[in-house]
Design a protein around this ligand. Structure first.
Ligand SMILES: O=C(O)C(=O)c1ccccc1S
Ligand SMILES: [Mn+2]
Length: 259
């Protein structure tokens, strides 16, 4: 019996729908966020071989991974931030699975970011996008296309200057608008974290984390291939590892979009 799900598979097989992988490769070269030295930071990725068809394991290959939850393309759960610490269902293992699937609204600010690496999205810019593409629906992933993922050199990607990192993000008012006026699932970015590089100097510090996670929203960081998505019409599936009491998790982020 044909139903909408068999139709989805038929259209994927026919090529009228496509799967877009929004995930960066995860390995020892994956850049991780650097915080001021007074704070603890996340380690880089190490992959330690257990065996590879050799004496320790003649018929199998496997590794031990050592990395932080917030590494590479990763998910931020509300518990990650102090503003979300008391919320229900705020951890990777307690967020209902339904909330890992939502429509994508892709806001392209790549030209602005090319001119200013410290560009911040504002509510005015969001409403200009809505005037062209329609209102952002509740439960949407808002994906900020900056083309920052094209910075393949880790130093360029982190873009740390004498006064700290310089990379784009959200003005506090934009995070508040998206969380409280549009009830989004969360925001996704191409940069190392969902706050701007200079956000440690903002008031409050890291306002997108503080606002989004305080409202029970999520974050997706270090995405790529947003340039392959339409402004609207794609669906994003972003399911973190079910880490017990997890604040976040590396994950595979997939979009299903019209070909
Ligand atoms: O969630 C992250 O990966 C992230 O961006 C972050 C983590 C910890 C402290 C500050 C930030 S800004
Ligand atoms: Mn994170």
């Amino acid at each position: 019996m044909s139903n909408i799900l068999t139709q989805l598979v038929e259209e994927l097989n026919a090529g009228t729908l496509k799967v877009v992988d929004l995930t960066q490769p995860l390995g020892p070269n994956t850049p991780v966020i650097g915080l001021p030295p007074i704070f603890a930071s996340s380690p880089g990725v190490t992959i330690e071989q257990i065996s590879r068809y050799d004496e320790p394991g003649p018929g199998w290959y496997w590794n031990t991974l050592h990395l932080g939850e917030h590494t590479g393309t990763h998910f931020d759960a509300p518990v990650h931030w102090i503003t979300g610490k008391e919320l229900a269902d705020n951890r990777c293992d307690t967020i209902p699975a339904r909330r890992f699937v939502g429509p994508a609204c892709v806001i392209d600010v790549s030209a602005d970011v090319a001119a200013d690496p410290d560009f911040l999205l504002t509510p005015e810019r969001i409403e200009a996008w809505e005037a062209e593409h329609g209102r952002i629906p509740a439960g949407a992933w808002v994906l900020l296309r900056t083309d920052w993922s094209q910075r393949s050199d880790p130093a360029d990607f982190l873009n740390v200057g004498a006064d700290g990192p310089h990379s784009p993000g959200f003005h506090k008012s934009a995070s508040e608008f998206l969380a409280h006026q549009r009830d989004v699932l969360g925001v996704g970015v191409e940069t190392v974290g969902t706050d701007a590089g200079q956000a440690g100097t903002f008031d409050p510090p890291f306002p997108n984390h503080a606002t989004m996670h305080g409202a029970g929203k999520f974050g997706l960081a270090s995405l790529c291939n947003l340039d392959q998505l339409p402004a609207t019409g794609a669906v994003v599936i972003a399911a973190p590892l079910k880490i017990v009491d997890g604040s976040g998790s590396p994950l595979r982020v997939l979009a299903i979009a019209p070909a």
